[in-house]
Design a binder for this molecule. Sequence first.
Ligand SMILES: [Zn+2]
Length: 295
Amino acid sequence: MSLPVVQCIARARIPTTHGPDIFLHLYTNDRDNKEHLAIVFGEDIRSRTLFRQYPGETQQDRMVRGAYVGKLYPGRTVADVDERLGFRLEFDAEGNLLTNSATTWSEENDTLVRIHSECYTGETAWSARCDCGEQFDRAGKLISLDEEPETHIKGGCGHGVIVYLRQEGRGIGLSEKLKAYNLQDLGADTVQANLMLKHPADARDFGIGRAILIDLGIKNVRLLTNNPDKIQQVSYKDQLRCVERVPMIPIHWTDESKGIDSKEIEGYLRTKIERMGHLLQKPLNLHTPQEQETI
Ligand SMILES: [Zn+2]
C-alpha cells in the first residue's frame, strides 16, 4: 500500500481561548480534493513539505505561507532566521530542511497524537448522539497538559498533533449520516444503520493521516484512541509506529456532573464496544502491563 503524497501549503499560529497557541496546517494530497488539517501544538514541529525551500520564492513568500522559525513580528524580513529568539534554520543543497534539536522537534521523541475525523454534528451542532466533540476537546487538553489530574495520564507537555481528516460520518458524508440517524431513531444501531444504507460500517481511510504525521517528522506515536484498528493505522514501514495507546475516557465516566449524558450516547458507546471492538471498559484499567505488551 503506497503512501498518499501530501503537501502542506499553509500554516498559521492560532491563539486559543483555553491554552497555548496552536499551529494550524492545511494540506493538499493526491487522493482527494479535501482540505485535511493538522492542529499542531509546538512551534518546532515542522512540516517538511512546508519548510522546503522552493526555487524562486522570497523570504516574504515563506513567511506568508507560514514557513518561518520562531515568531512573526511587524517588520520581520527573514523567514529562516528569528534574530529576537536566536533561531536559524538550515537547509541542504536541494532546499530540504536540516533538522537539529535547537530548532526542530526530534522524530525520536514520543509524540501524543489524535487522529480525528470531522463530525459536524458533534463538534458544531452540540450533538449528544456521539462523543466526537468531547473527544476533540479532550485531545487538545491532554496534549497541553503535563499530566491529567483525574486520571494521572501523562500529557503531551505542550507538544502533539491532532490530525483532522475531512471524512464526515465514518466516511459516508453528512447527508448519509443524517439518514443513518433516522434509521437509528427507528431502532437500528450505528453499525446496522450504515449497512442498511449500503455503506460499510466504517468507510474511513487513514492513509492521508499517516502521510501527514510522517511529513511533520513524527515517528513514535503515543496514540489517543480506544479503537484497536487505529493502532494499526499509525504504522508505516520504519517511518511511523505506535509506541503507546493512551485511552480516551468519556468525561462523564470520571465525573458524573460533566461530559455528555444522553440515552443516545450510551447506545453509541455500547455499539463501539460490542460491535466495533473498542477497548473501553467501565471501570477502565489504565496501562496495565499486559496491555502495553500487546501494542
Ligand atoms: Zn460524531
